[in-house]
Design a protein around this ligand. Structure first.
Ligand SMILES: Cc1ncc(COP(=O)(O)O)c(C=O)c1O
Length: 454
């Protein structure tokens, strides 16, 4: 596959026909960021059923850090499917699960003995991390954050912040969950300014223990090192230093949700490393297995061993094909030094986006870590009113011009980049050019629509 190629109006006729059938057959609650049906994918490119080709800045929402159909991953999958597909690790175990657990333990921050379990999805992994934390601490409560996203199951939805579409209508939620502000400096919940605030939001947790929930009732703080669905907010490092100190002081476990930040995305294998954060439990999913469903929970051995035999697991958890793909995906990240590549891509995006910010008043904030980068769109710089419609217009322009781009943020006004780290320099530049053209087109249409214009 070459690069962008737009052959039809987008969506093309075959995608439109499939969307008609999809609407009749699939529940509407399952959302699509684009109206395009995919036929094939390779590296950082996608081709749709109408023969249009796109540069993929979404990577299946951050699952393709090694690129679509990465050669080592494909070879490992082929080898495994020729051996066996499923026996259930809880019936007849197999080596690949153990090898992957060993590898994940060795990559996880912290100079202590670690153990892992493998499950199927990010939400299932977070659920398990909470089960383990409660079992170990014999405490019920959880602290989570504004703008957090942890999944769509009952417990993880309860930990998630954004109301629509994730929570509204699905009440009642799980109990013993307490939400506090994250270090979202652009929209500080305390209306303070960094660095003068001295990360008041993190210190304020001590106050929460006096006024909201007793520290000795709290099993764990569940935190994303960089907000994913919440808008790619990368806190100042002191936020995590203080959070970690407070957790240690009260024997509260720190669970890092690295579902979106993991496997090279932020310029390190895990974002915790960028912050010097050593979580008690680290949760992974998405890019762990090069595009196959797999997730992992690992942490201090004594914590992970708290549940009794049979208390953890599941029929498909740590499926052998996913484990083989996971080992190959990690090997690819290491051999191709994709964490360093993430930093380079992130810096290129940052330089370009800061330039855009100087001439597009629609851009309120440019932020992120490594190759987890975003811009937050606002109607005006001073009032910071979220520009959701304009964000959607940019997305539509990009889709129609060969770039798969997605949004995030509690206000739906953040354009985020989760490009496969295997993207070539040319493809990345081409994608950024479409992104810029999308911003220009929306900025121009706003000028034309301004009052007093003919
Ligand atoms: C930070 C984070 N945690 C958890 C999840 C849930 O993962 P999954 O969709 O695999 O259940 C996501 C998914 O986007 C996520 O970004």
């Amino acid at each position: 596959m070459g690069s962008i190629q737009v052959r039809t109006t987008i969506p093309g006729p075959k995608s439109q026909e499939l969307m008609r059938r999809r609407n009749a057959a699939v529940a509407r609650g399952v959302y699509h960021a684009t109206p395009i049906f995919v036929e094939r994918a390779e590296g950082a490119l996608l081709e749709d059923v109408d023969g249009n080709r796109y540069i993929d800045f979404a990577g299946g929402i951050g699952c393709q850090n090694v690129g679509h159909r990465a050669p080592r991953v494909m070879a490992a999958i082929r080898e495994q499917i020729d051996a066996f597909l499923h026996t259930c690790f809880s019936v007849t175990p197999y080596a690949k699960y153990v090898e992957l657990a060993e590898k994940l333990n060795s990559l996880t921050p912290g100079k202590f003995s670690k153990k892992s379990i493998l499950v199927n999805s990010g939400a299932e992994a977070i659920e398990n991390s909470v089960k383990i934390a409660r079992c170990y601490t014999h405490r019920p409560a959880l602290i989570c954050f504004e703008d957090a996203f942890h999944g769509r199951t009952m417990l993880t939805m309860s930990l998630t912040s954004k109301t629509h579409p994730y929570k509204a209508g699905f009440e009642p939620f799980a109990t013993d969950i307490y939400r506090v502000p994250y270090a979202y400096c652009y929209r500080c919940s305390y209306s303070m300014k960094y660095p003068e605030c001295n990360v008041f939001c993190a210190h304020h947790l001590e106050d929460t223990f006096k006024r909201v929930v007793a520290a000795e009732s709290v099993a764990a703080v569940v935190v994303e090192p960089v907000l994913g669905e919440g808008g790619f907010v990368a806190p100042p490092p002191e936020f995590f230093t203080v959070l970690q100190e407070i957790c240690r002081r009260h024997q509260i476990l720190l669970i890092a949700d690295e579902v979106q930040t993991g496997f090279g995305r932020t310029g390190a294998m895990f974002a915790c490393e960028r912050y010097g954060l050593v979580p008690d439990i680290l949760v992974s999913a998405k890019s762990i297995a090069g595009g196959l469903p797999l997730a992992a929970v690992r942490g201090r051995a004594e914590i992970m061993d708290a549940p009794d035999i049979g208390g953890l697991g599941g029929t498909f958890g740590g499926n052998p094909v996913s484990c083989a793909a996971g080992l190959a995906a990690i090997e690819t990240l290491e051999r191709e030094n994709l964490t360093a590549r993430a930093e380079v891509l992130g810096q290129r995006f940052d330089a370009r986006a800061r330039e855009w910010k100087t001439h597009f008043p629609l851009i309120g904030d440019v932020r992120g870590l490594g190759a987890m980068r975003a811009i937050e769109m606002v109607r005006s710089q001073d009032r910071r009113e979220p520009a959701k419609d304009e964000t959607e217009q940019v997305l539509r322009y990009c889709h129609e011009h060969g770039l798969i781009l997605i949004s995030s943020g509690s206000y739906g006004n953040v354009l985020r980049v989760l490009v496969p780290l295997a993207v070539t320099d040319e493809q990345f530049e081409e994608g950024l050019n479409v992104f810029e053209a999308g911003l220009t087109s929306v900025a121009d249409s706003r000028v034309e629509a301004a009052p007093g214009r003919a």
